[in-house]
Design a protein around this ligand. Structure first.
Ligand code: PSV
Ligand code: MN
Length: 424
């Protein structure tokens, strides 16, 4: 599909006056507006290759229409998102769902759309056709060394694919664990997992990072071998300075204080990556910010504070990715909503009066501290996010542009109404 940049420009022109009025009002109340706009322009959120098609639940999957049929079309879709919002300049591949057949061609295609490759993800939570040993009872933790070896070899294969396309990190998420008391020796499962991760770690190129993603439950429901940030941090610390914890917002027990987790991991220099989504009950994989945008804001506040305390670059020193599933919405529209929610939360965290917050805290002025936070949260920063996007050449309103320029209809015409992308 060819994207006519002039059409986006025309839409922007039609709405520019209303935008400038709103932006003008807001910018008068923000001191460091140029610095914030620059940060917003730089911030990029990777799109996972498995989120470009309709997802399913364990009860079924209702395919959408116009979905990408291969990796090239997935790259094309992320390119479209990025052209609209200028904040989705990266793609993250899951192997073997999306093996880059011709790595050079795939790399070139991505470059054409201004995209880079974020972390590569291994998959030892499913058996693949023709696979010799099953992961039914785990992969890196497995009681049988031959199964562990197979899972290690897969991860090393994923690193090789990553090198070919210019990725610089590997995310390992394990479904390993146990579903019943007595099934596993916890200590041995940990030791096996660690030993396997050590072998994978030693295959990492010098400039690479290894992200150890944790998850409280599912598909195992009694224990998970990387079940929480404590376990992930244990592995990361034992592995070495290229290993980090990865936080996925949906991977906690209900009511966990994720902002505190993030703060402490950053303090330890061990937060490496982030998967955004939202949830009401468990790992619901819903659109970012659709259930609990205040929590997202509080998390961003800690992310920004923790990164600033370490002199880290917001845009590049952590790996930012959306990890959501779209069962009823059009995946591209859903992703546009998610990116917008992330940018809004980030912008809100940037306008918090940090000096005043510090003073309120030091005076134990709890009421004032809350007022400062909520003042930022209740500010409508959408014109700020839109202004940054406009400066980068994006659409003032990406979702409205997606609809009025009829991108979905064009994709259906090209790809058909019964297509199904790889993924969960
Ligand atoms: C697991 O629930 C997870 O969050 C991991 O990041 C996987 O790699 C991803 O979802 C896709 O299944
Ligand atoms: Mn995840």
């Amino acid at each position: 599909m060819t994207l006519d940049k002039n059409k986006i420009a025309d839409l922007n022109q039609a709405n520019i006056q209303a935008h400038q009025r709103r932006f003008g009002l807001l910018s008068n109340s923000i001191d460091n507006i140029e610095d914030i706009l620059q940060k917003l322009q730089e911030f990029q959120i990777a799109i996972p290759s498995w989120a470009l098609g309709t997802g399913g639940t364990r009860f079924g999957r209702f395919a959408g229409s116009g979905e990408p049929r291969n990796l090239e079309e997935k790259i094309e879709d992320v390119g479209l998102l990025h052209a609209l919002n200028q904040s989705s300049g990266a793609i993250s591949l899951h192997i073997p769902w999306d093996i880059p057949g011709n790595a050079n061609a795939v790399k070139q295609l991505a470059e054409q759309y201004g995209l880079r490759f974020d972390a590569v993800n291994s998959n030892t939570f499913q058996d693949q056709p023709g696979q010799q040993h099953s992961y039914k009872f785990g992969s890196l933790q497995h009681v049988d060394k031959v199964v562990r070896k197979q899972a290690i070899a897969h991860n090393i294969e994923v690193i090789k694919h990553g090198i070919d396309i210019g990725s610089e990190s590997l995310t390992v998420w394990l479904a390993d664990g146990s579903s019943f008391p007595g099934q596993l020796n916890f200590r041995r499962a940990f030791e096996n997992t660690l030993e396997s991760l050590q072998e994978i770690y030693s295959a990492l190129p010098e400039n690479w990072k290894l992200f150890v993603e944790y998850k409280a439950f599912e598909p195992n429901f009694y224990s998970m071998s990387v079940g929480d940030w404590g376990q992930s941090l244990l592995y990361a610390n034992k592995l070495g300075n290229k290993a980090y914890t990865l936080v996925d917002l949906g991977h906690h027990l209900p009511n966990a204080n994720i902002e505190q987790i993030v703060s402490l991991l950053l303090m330890e220099g061990k937060l490496g990556g982030f998967h955004f989504n939202d949830s009401k009950y468990g790992d619901d994989d819903l659109t970012v910010g659709c259930i609990n945008p205040y929590q997202l804001f509080l998390i961003f506040l800690e992310l920004v504070d923790g990164m600033d305390a370490k002199g880290m670059k917001h845009a590049t020193d952590l790996a930012w990715m959306i990890d959501a599933s779209h069962n009823v919405k059009d995946p591209l529209e859903d992703l546009l909503q998610s990116v917008e929610a992330i940018m809004i939360a980030y912008a809100q965290s940037l306008i918090v009066d940090k000096g005043a917050l510090d003073t309120a805290r030091n005076n134990n002025d709890v009421v004032k501290a809350q007022e400062i936070l909520q003042d930022a949260y209740r500010t409508d920063v959408r014109p700020l996010v839109a202004a940054a996007r406009l400066r980068s050449g994006g659409a003032l309103d990406p979702l409205a542009a997606f609809r009025s320029l009829k991108f979905h209809e064009q994709l259906v015409k090209e790809r058909g109404s019964k297509t199904s992308a790889t993924g969960l």
